[in-house]
Design a protein around this ligand. Sequence first.
Ligand code: HEC
Ligand code: HEC
Ligand code: HEC
Ligand code: HEC
Ligand code: HEC
Ligand code: HEC
Ligand code: HEC
Ligand code: HEC
Ligand code: HEC
Length: 426
Amino acid sequence: MNRNSVTDVRRFILTFLFLAFLPLVATVGAQEDAPSQASSTCVQCHAALDGALAQPAKAFADDVHARHGYTCADCHGGDPSAEDPAVAMSPAKGFIGVPNPAEVPKLCGRCHANVALMRAEKPGLRTDQLELYWTSRHGMLLKKGDTNVAVCSSCHRAHGVLPPSDPRSSVHPTRVAATCGACHSNKTLMARYGLPTDQEAEWRSSVHAEVMLKQNDLSAPTCNDCHGNHGALPPQVSSISRVCGQCHVANDEYFQESPHRKAFAEMGLGQCEVCHGNHAVARSSDEMLGVEDDAVCASCHAEGDAGFRAALRMRQAIDSLRTGIEATEALLSRVEKAGIPVDEADFVLREARNSLVQSRTEVHKFAVEPVLNVVEAGFKKLAEAQRFGRSALHEIRKRRVGLLAFLAVSLVVVIGLVLTIRSSER
Ligand code: HEC
Ligand code: HEC
Ligand code: HEC
Ligand code: HEC
Ligand code: HEC
Ligand code: HEC
Ligand code: HEC
Ligand code: HEC
Ligand code: HEC
């Protein structure tokens, strides 16, 4: 072997090694680049296009997936490093184009139902969305080929996906109603299924929406709290009729023990919704109880039946406690204006008010006795507060008499003095 051939062999080996390791080097480089979206040619090119072709690239900037380091190709396939569109979007590189709705659950589920992947990428994130989705009305109809139903991207968007805790997210509690309403308030779409389209409007008029949207109290329910996010129902309830009991625990417990549970079931009725409605739940009032025309009881109970008599007595008891509290409040405010502190009596009065609040929950036992017991406990507290008020008034009267007597004596003394001075001047 001459020197030249030795150099040739060396060159050959070096070239071989270089070529052999090039793909590895390139892969390592690509992996380092992956978290940065700028390196995806899909985004670069699409951002410069128009309309529906550019929108995904723009929305993707803030997407939870982009922030995690994914590119367009993680959903659409293709080669996110190729400049040439024919290569970047070639089926040979796994490009699938625009997925049709029927394919979306599996597409998202590929990662979201992959327990091992999720545990590594985002520990703690649930992985049951796909499984639950197939149990929902949406999922069942999609399986039958109906693509009008909601798929993952109808509720979450395909681009610009944000965690539910982000106030801009389409599934943030304050925005869920609009997201569901995009289909459920659509008359043409829902006519096909014979479904009403008033759920969103009714919900917006409810006490629940008022509390959530005006008082920013996210513990009030919106669509998914009652119907479930992904499954047919929230996991902790067995039927839509039990959904209110997730939050209104005592009302539910009392109702289940009441004569109405069996009676309503036999009539094929729901539970709470029979009296409160489901979407347009209004703030309740004492007027709902009793036998007047606007009381809910009057729609089923008529004069002479046990329910009618019970409704009447429960309402009378609650009314008497309420008017008793009002009268005591007036008494204590007179006392306070006269300058006597009423803190102690206020505390007792607060307990009477609690009894009033509790009596309205006791109503759900739909029996007279429990309401009377709570009202009676309230009256005991009222009596205490009234005793305080009356003795304070008595005290005030005594002080007034004392003051008048003092003034009268003072006047006599002054007149006496004046007379004495005048007579001594003379
Ligand atoms: C150099 C520009 C360019 C690059 C790079 C590019 N695209 Fe496109 N893309 C286009 C244009 C132009 C269209 C519309 C014409 C067409 O369908 O070919 C399009 C269409 C699409 C569509 C819609 C296809 C359809 O059937 O309507 C999807 C989805 C898409 N691109 C995703 C990607 C992804 C994912 C990547 C990266 C892996 C990518 N694109 C890279 C220019 C590009
Ligand atoms: C998380 C998965 C996912 C990612 C990431 C993703 N897409 Fe999509 N894309 C979809 C789905 C699903 C659709 C189908 C339409 C729908 O459901 O809204 C879609 C539709 C499209 C369309 C058709 C027009 C439209 O809006 O319906 C284009 C174009 C497109 N994507 C381009 C891109 C580009 C470019 C990127 C990267 C910037 C990207 N996509 C990233 C899931 C994704
Ligand atoms: C390539 C895997 C992959 C695909 C495909 C995918 N995701 Fe994700 N997704 C993730 C990962 C990983 C996270 C966690 C990211 C993080 O928070 O850092 C995530 C986060 C999310 C979140 C936020 C969860 C939270 O509470 O933080 C939502 C919502 C979401 N994805 C919806 C979708 C939808 C809808 C689709 C289909 C259109 C989809 N994903 C497709 C991997 C994927
Ligand atoms: C009918 C609307 C709807 C559909 C369809 C839907 N989601 Fe959701 N998803 C929601 C709502 C609402 C939340 C927010 C729940 C909350 O506030 O905790 C959510 C939450 C999530 C989260 C955050 C973690 C969690 O489970 O709470 C992920 C991830 C997610 N969805 C993925 C998916 C995937 C994947 C699919 C398709 C298989 C899908 N979603 C289909 C409405 C939907
Ligand atoms: C993309 C459109 C779309 C979106 C978004 C959507 N739905 Fe639906 N939903 C449908 C269609 C279509 C049906 C089928 C009607 C039927 O049940 O016959 C349906 C059925 C239902 C049903 C069963 C009704 C019944 O009695 O048959 C419920 C409950 C429901 N959706 C709740 C929701 C909730 C809650 C959301 C939001 C978190 C939502 N939907 C978002 C289209 C949608
Ligand atoms: C406080 C709980 C609650 C909330 C919040 C709620 N629903 Fe309902 N929804 C119910 C109950 C209960 C039913 C009655 C089910 C039955 O009679 O079988 C129902 C029925 C439905 C139906 C079947 C058709 C109908 O009108 O009877 C659809 C569709 C529906 N809801 C969608 C929605 C949408 C969309 C939202 C949000 C705008 C929403 N719901 C909010 C409890 C709720
Ligand atoms: C996710 C929890 C949640 C669910 C589910 C729920 N609610 Fe509520 N509800 C609330 C909150 C929070 C308030 C506001 C409490 C307040 O400000 O007095 C409220 C208020 C009410 C009120 C007004 C209370 C008053 O003082 O008059 C009624 C009535 C009511 N809900 C009935 C229902 C019925 C009926 C259902 C089922 C169809 C239901 N709720 C489901 C959380 C819930
Ligand atoms: C037969 C009719 C009827 C049924 C069924 C019914 N309620 Fe009521 N509910 C009433 C009446 C009447 C009031 C008002 C009582 C008052 O103010 O004197 C009321 C008041 C309420 C209140 C406000 C008072 C409080 O307890 O804080 C809530 C919350 C409530 N109901 C929830 C429910 C829930 C949850 C269910 C189902 C488990 C239910 N109701 C079933 C008639 C009913
Ligand atoms: C949807 C119809 C309906 C409504 C509304 C209704 N009830 Fe009833 N109630 C019944 C039925 C049915 C029974 C069982 C048969 C019976 O005893 O009359 C019953 C039984 C009762 C009973 C037990 C009576 C007994 O035999 O001891 C009481 C108490 C009662 N209801 C009170 C009320 C009160 C109070 C209201 C209003 C807040 C009310 N009901 C609203 C249908 C209704």
